[in-house]
Design a protein around this ligand. Structure first.
Ligand SMILES: *Cc1c(COP(=O)(O)O)cnc(C)c1O
Length: 370
């Protein structure tokens, strides 16, 4: 038997979650499948929704080319555009859409000799202060690009810093800066816009810029993988987990009260304890920072991680689960244990957990009727 650490990927759940995004926000939706679809496998994910997806978004040309080479012909947006002028020939050849977020990119794009004009998503920094043009530069940049032969269509976009936080109105402030700035364009009602990530789709429906002449493009990422970024949102309850990270118990032993286990002996038994060893560790992407008490499902029951996670193994408390044996099934996250719960006790977010999964076998399932 080979090593039992497996990431099961439910493509039907991915498709369901894409539909949830579209149903709740309306308009068009670019499925964000950067970073190998947040660790889930970009080509598999893209193929599973290609007949209904309005398009895809990735972080860079290499990620987009992987999709094109796999036969994905739908629109693909490069979320940071190009990093150097040399990429433009391939961007045109593969018919990719570009985010333009900085003056240096505008200079390069306007100076380039392109075989065909490209579609540009012009990004405004509405106070997240990561990337994007400041509002005071935005209209001039828009007009300059719009008038140029290298640019076909344009979409106006921004990105939210705090859409997952319902106790601040920063999202609405960012929206207001965006709206006020683009109102300076006399044709603004006819230009497509894009502001919403998953959290905004689920919790801030009022951020959609609705006009009868233009489309709004949402950009769902994490919600497609079934991790709800806004636990308070009702819509988020409809999401289905896509990845189930499983392994098995490979050893069981008993330790006495007062004895410690694992590296650093950071866990000392407060009672006589049955310890199960699971074939999954931080080299598989399970976070080393997960603390004793992190939920783990063993043979369908929730128990707890104990002691330090090592490279290839971790330990769980089986004291109250006498029926568990070597070979019993373990779920690290998925249906019984949410990735959000593991992330919370490891001081991180589900996004990072998913992106880090590696070495395990990936198995894909698709029940066509979901
Ligand atoms: C990654 C990304 C998204 C998706 O964000 P989620 O929080 O995963 O929904 C949307 N827009 C941009 C610009 C991004 O970089």
């Amino acid at each position: 038997m080979s090593r039992p650490a497996i990431a099961h990927i439910r493509l039907d759940a991915f498709r369901h979650n894409y539909r949830v995004a579209k149903k709740h926000y309306g308009g068009k939706a670019l499925a964000v499948i950067k970073a190998n679809a947040y660790g889930h496998g970009a080509v598999h994910c893209a193929k599973s929704i290609r007949s209904e997806a309005d398009g895809f978004a990735v972080a860079c040309l290499e990620e987009a080319m992987q999709l094109r080479e796999a036969g994905i012909t739908e629109p693909i947006l490069l979320l940071e555009g190009f990093f150097e002028a040399a990429e433009l020939a391939d961007i045109v050849a593969h018919d990719l859409w570009l985010v333009i977020h900085a003056h240096w990119q505008i200079d390069i794009l306007l100076a380039a000799k392109l075989k065909r004009a490209v579609k540009v998503w012009l990004k405004m920094d509405t106070s997240m202060h990561r990337i994007g043009l400041p509002p005071q530069d935005y209209l001039a940049a828009y007009r300059c690009l719009k008038a140029h032969d290298n640019v076909s269509q344009m979409v106006l976009m921004t990105h939210f810093a705090n859409a997952d936080n319902l106790s601040t109105n920063h999202t609405l402030q960012q929206c207001q800066i965006f709206q006020e700035t683009i109102q300076g364009l006399n044709d603004s009602a006819g230009i497509d816009t894009s502001v919403a990530n998953s959290a905004a789709i689920l919790a801030w429906p009022q951020t959609q810029h609705k006009t009868h002449l233009a489309q709004h493009w949402s950009r769902p990422g994490i919600m497609l993988y079934g991790a709800n970024p806004v636990l308070e949102s009702a819509a988020g309850q409809e999401l289905l987990p896509v990845m189930q990270l499983n392994s098995r118990i490979i050893s069981i032993s008993k330790i006495k009260k007062g004895e410690s286990i694992g590296y650093g002996s950071i866990f000392t038994a407060e009672r006589d304890t049955t310890v199960g060893i699971v074939a999954c560790g931080y080299a598989d992407g399970y976070p080393r920072s997960a603390t004793t008490g992190t939920p783990v499902a063993v043979a369908g029951h929730i128990t707890r991680l104990i002691g330090r996670v090592s490279m290839d193994m971790l330990s769980v408390d089986l004291t109250d689960l006498p029926a568990v044996a070597v070979g019993s099934e373990v779920e690290l996250w998925g249906k019984q244990v949410s990735a959000n719960a593991v992330a919370a006790s490891a001081g991180t977010i589900a996004y990072e957990l998913f992106c880090h999964v590696k070495r395990v076998h990936f198995q894909y399932f698709d029940a066509a009727n979901i």
